[in-house]
Every structure is written in structure tokens, then in C-alpha cells.
Design a protein around this ligand. Structure first.
Ligand code: SAM
Ligand code: SF4
Length: 431
């Protein structure tokens, strides 16, 4: 979502004649768009500003703005502690970034724009064409969260759930496709909680799939509790909807899920998975895990290991629990860091084995790869298959934006390598 926000900021600043630059030495304004989901985000801000200070030691000081969720959560502290920062702006206020830059130009100092004005934000953004021109583009459809998991800062930094209107989303989706997008990923902290005047994400997928030149639709991140029947059905009905679902479960233990306030059980989670497989047999899953949540015993952890072996997630994103200031879990007794690290390592070894085993099944099969870009200085192209696996292929022709049948020849944990398949009669597709 920060990538989407940064792109919108790039569109906004053009109005006051600022343009994005690749050269860090040339910039006269820096906007650090930050994430606060796990620790170290604030330290990273101080570290980046330290580097800027060095770079500009004998030059005119650039304007420095901290945007995003660190600004929202720690704005005043940042301004007090680091005088080099001119302003902070929260994720629901960035439509006002031009006012902030213009005030900072006039030497106004220590400005704090951290209002929650999400309606006004999207109303303002609708006046600016989304100029993102990536083959695979993001589209924020929903923001914020009302679920209040005990470990999470999102309800405090992004605010309450808000869904954008279907009409404005169709306009923006069309803009992205006109700019060259072939794939759109619908974004939200709880994307499947989307609800605009009773219209659900499945209704939006139906509308967006009508855009002829759009080839693929994805969405992230879903919450198990909001996985309603209509969305399950959508996977059956819409071929443009990709057969990979990112469905964070966090833990395999009902005790821990309850302590986290996740509001569902493992049995309910498995039921959703079962329904989805029934609706679309080639569907696969990825998930997020928090390891070492306060109160997690060896037995709870082993239940998490059992779960990943059962579902065979093709990608598992795992993190050690990180206490976030102000969240209810931050007042709980943490488990020993050494123990959490040991569990994380074991978890990741298991998750990698599962991933590798799955990827080996793809060797010599044909994957449908949407080519996103050319690899710099080589006759190679980067793309992703339907399951979001990265694939590299050789080609002498420009194939960006096309879906190619690629025979997978080699794999490693992160990337697959293949060649464009021309033998139409003998295609053994990966499923
Ligand atoms: N809304 C989605 C859900 O509830 O499934 C997840 C969105 S959350 C922004 C992204 C991921 O960050 C979570 O799935 C969780 O694994 C991780 N996360 C959030 N807070 C965390 C914390 N305090 N410590 C470690 N990981 C955390
Ligand atoms: Fe955070 Fe997701 Fe829980 Fe909302 S549902 S509080 S975004 S982890």
C-alpha cells in the first residue's frame, strides 16, 4: 500500500512543479514514506536522515518530510528529536502534501499533518489521474481496519475501515489499463472486508474483469473472517482472478488465535480453504505467521508447523512477534527472544522445504507468465506466473506485457528459470 501511496504522491506533487528524481544528490525535497508494522521502522527513519545530513553537509539543506504510518504514530516525537525533519504527514492526510511542501519552502518548521480524513483524501486524489504505468499495478480499494488484533498498529495508524466507491475504482482501474497495466492487484489492509453500499469485493471484481485489455486480477490482504461465499464463487466464475490466495492465519493454535483476537478458529480457517479448493481445484495458498507471540508454548508452535505441512502454503511470510507501542499485546510478557529466534528458524526451514517441494513439481511443466519488464543489459525478461512465482526467460524480442507459455527448466527458492515454449501440441500445464 505504501507503494500505491508513493505513486499517488508522485502524481500530486506535479501540480506544484516538483518531479520525482532517481538522483539522491539532486533532490531538494525528500519524502520518506514509512511503515510501522514491525519494530526498527523508526530507527530506519533516523538512520536515513543521518545519511541525508552527511550528503548535504556542505550544501543547502533539502526539505525533509516523513510520511506514512511512522509519522502517524510518532509524529511529534520525531519532530522533537530530529530537527532536520521539516514536517510529518500521516497516511490519511497525504492529499495535503503540496500545502506542506509549500509551507516548508517558506521555512515553516515542524509541521504535523496527521488528521484522519480518508474521505477527503480519496475525493482529492480523484482529481489526479493515476499515472502509474507498470504492467502490474496496485489499486487501493479499502483502507483501515476495525478488527483490532491485539498485536497490530493498523487500526491506530490507518484508522477505521473505509471502502472507496465502485464508480471511482472503475475509473481508476481504466486509467491504469490505459497506461499499460495488464494486471491489477486490489489492495486493502482487509481487502475482502470491502463494503461500499453493500457492494462487496466480488462485485468489484465482476466490474473490473469487464475491462478488455486487463488480463489478471489479484487482491491482498484478505482476512479469514471476511471470506464470504460470494468471493469463493468469484474464484469459480472469473478466469481473470488468479488462483493464489494470500490468507494470513498467524498461528496454528486456537489458544494463540484467541489471545490475538483473530476471531476465528483453525477449524473455521480449514473450512474456508476446503470451500475454495472445491470451487477451484487448482487454487493455492500463501500466508503470514507471527512466531513467538506472548504465551506461545512449544506445543502451540508445533501446531503451527503441523498446519503449514497440512496446507502446504506455497509461500509463508514469517516474523518474530514485535511489540508495537500502545497495542494491547505490548503489555504482555514476551517470550524469550532466543527461543523465538530458534522457533522462527525452524519454521522457516520447514516452510522453505514445502516451497521447494512445490516448485520442483513445476520443472518441465508449462507456466503462464505475464512478462513485466526486461532485465537490465540482458536479453532476459522478468515475469510472474499465475501463482506469483518469479520467472526469468530469454527472448530476443520485446515481450513486455504479454502472457507467455514458459517451460520451467530450473528453480531455486526465489526464482524460476525457463524458456518460451513453442511446441503447442505437447503442453503439460502446471496446476
Ligand atoms: N489484515 C491482514 C490480516 O489480518 O490477516 C494482515 C495485514 S498486516 C498489515 C500484515 C502482517 O504483518 C500480518 O499478517 C502479521 O503477520 C504481520 N504483523 C502485524 N503486526 C505484527 C507484529 N506486531 N509483530 C509481528 N508481525 C506483525
Ligand atoms: Fe492488523 Fe489485519 Fe488484525 Fe486489522 S485484521 S488489526 S490489519 S492484523
Amino acid at each position: 500500500m505504501n507503494e500505491y501511496d508513493s505513486n499517488r504522491i508522485k502524481d500530486l506533487i506535479k501540480k506544484i512543479n516538483y518531479t520525482p528524481t532517481e538522483s539522491l544528490d539532486e533532490a531538494n525535497c525528500y519524502i520518506l514514506n514509512t511503515c510501522h508494522i514491525r519494530e526498527k521502522a523508526t530507527e530506519k527513519v533516523y538512520h536515513d536522515i543521518g545519511r541525508l545530513k552527511k550528503k548535504f553537509r556542505n550544501k543547502i539543506k533539502p526539505i525533509v518530510i516523513v510520511a506514512g504510518c511512522v509519522a502517524q504514530a510518532e509524529g511529534d516525537i520525531l519532530l522533537k528529536k530530529e530537527k532536520y525533519i521539516d514536517a510529518v504527514i500521516g497516511p490519511q492526510s497525504y492529499h495535503q502534501i503540496n500545502d506542506l511542501i509549500l509551507s516548508a519552502e517558506k521555512n515553516s518548521k515542524h509541521l504535523n499533518f496527521t488528521e484522519f480524513d480518508v474521505v477527503e483524501k480519496f475525493d482529492s486524489l480523484n482529481f489526479f489521474k493515476n499515472s502509474n504505468n507498470k504492467i502490474s499495478s496496485f489499486l487501493t480499494i479499502q483502507e483501515g481496519c476495525d478488527k483490532f488484533c491485539k498485536f497490530c498498529v493498523v487500526p491506530y495508524t490507518r484508522g477505521a475501515e473505509f471502502s472507496r466507491s465502485i464508480k471511482e475504482l472503475i475509473v481508476e482501474a481504466n486509467q491504469l489499463v490505459e497506461n499499460g497495466a495488464k494486471e491489477i492487484t486490489l489492495l486493502g489492509q482487509n481487502v475482502n472486508a470491502y463494503n461500499f453500499k453493500k457492494k462487496r469485493i466480488s462485485d468489484l471484481i465482476y466490474e473490473i474483469s469487464k475491462i478488455k485489455k486487463l488480463l489478471r486480477i489479484r487482491y491482498t490482504t484478505s482476512h479469514p473472517l471476511d471470506f464470504t461465499e460470494d468471493l469463493v464463487e468469484a474464484h469459480k466464475n472469473f478466469t481473470k482472478l488468479m488462483p493464489l490466495i494470500h490468507l494470513p492465519v498467524q498461528s496454528g493454535s486456537n489458544k494463540i488465535l484467541n489471545a490475538m483476537n483473530r476471531k476465528h478458529t483453525i477449524e473455521e480457517y480449514l473450512e474456508t480453504i476446503k470451500k475454495l479448493i472445491k470451487a477451484k481445484p487448482n487454487i493455492k495458498f500463501s500466508s503470514d505467521f507471527i512466531i513467538g507471540y506472548p504465551g506461545e508454548t512449544q506445543d502451540d508452535f508445533e501446531q503451527t508447523l503441523k498446519l503449514i505441512k497440512k496446507i502446504e502454503f506455497i509461500n509463508s511470510y514469517s516474523y518474530i512477534y514485535s511489540a508495537r507501542p500502545g497495542t494491547p499485546a505490548s503489555f504482555l510478557q514476551a517470550i524469550k527472544l532466543d527461543e523465538a529466534k530458534k522457533r522462527l528458524k525452524l519454521f522457516q526451514n520447514n516452510a522453505d522445504k514445502i516451497k521447494l517441494k512445490y516448485k520442483k513439481t513445476l520443472i518441465n511443466k508449462i507456466s503462464k507468465v505475464l512478462i513485466e519488464n526486461k532485465v537490465k543489459n540482458e536479453n532476459k525478461y522478468f515475469g510472474r506466473d499465475e501463482y506469483f512465482n518469479s520467472v526469468i526467460v530469454k527472448s530476443d524480442n520485446n515481450i513486455v506485457g504479454q502472457i507467455k507459455d514458459v517451460q520451467i527448466l530450473q528453480i531455486n527458492t526465489n526464482t524460476m528459470f525457463g524458456e518460451i515454449s513453442s511446441n503447442i501440441n505437447q503442453k503439460d500445464y502446471a496446476a
